[in-house]
Write a protein of this length. Structure first.
Length: 190
């Protein structure tokens, strides 16, 4: 159990396809340590999601924990802490919506990214059970951001408009004040 260093954009591990986690290793001591480290590291950084490559482990595991509505992330459903192993995203409706995203591996910046808002995630849970869930809205964006980390993608790759990339302070000063947006004043780091 430890807080691990989070690697930043430019580290090659963030650009690799992570390998599928062997199911026979789920539940073993090394697995338990990795999950505990990811949980501790995410909590320490104040993030709502963390993918294994962000702590330099190139395996297909992400952890997500979204606090309840009314938090700093605005209105949306809460998602209790969970582990997603070898996840696969299927887009159920291609209609997109945008959110300002932040990333623990791209500190200090945020960008406006449009993604499909209705997806299914098929995955293995930490008890080695095959699971499936449907995510909509902000939650769908969170999953796609995290699972992109497992295929070497960062949110900055998904910017449709690079003028919509800002430092946190400038975002707060100039963009979050803009009544034309419906965005959280302090976007999440994932
Ligand atoms: Zn991220």
């Amino acid at each position: 159990m430890a807080v691990r260093d989070i690697v930043r954009m430019g580290h090659p591990v963030l650009r690799k396809n992570a390998i599928a986690y062997p199911r026979e290793k789920i539940g073993a001591p090394a697995f338990a340590t990795l999950i505990a480290d990811m949980k501790d590291t995410m909590a320490n950084a104040g993030g709502i999601g963390l993918a294994a490559p962000q702590i330099n482990e190139s395996v297909q595991i992400a952890v997500i924990e979204v606090p309840a509505s009314g938090s700093r992330y605005g209105d949306h459903e809460a998602l209790p802490f969970a582990v997603y192993i070898n996840p696969v995203v299927t887009v159920l409706d291609a209609e997109t919506a945008g959110y300002w995203e932040g990333c623990l591996s791209v500190p200090g910046l945020m960008g406006y990214v449009e993604r499909p808002q209705h997806v299914r995630i098929d995955y293995i849970d930490e008890y080695n059970q095959a699971k499936s869930l449907v995510a909509q809205g902000f939650t769908a964006t969170v999953f796609q951001h995290e699972l992109d980390h497992l295929i070497g993608r960062l949110y900055v790759d998904r910017l449709a408009d690079t003028t919509q990339l800002a430092y946190v302070e400038e975002y707060a000063a100039f963009i979050a004040q803009d009544g034309s947006t419906e965005r959280a004043s302090d976007p999440p780091d994932e």
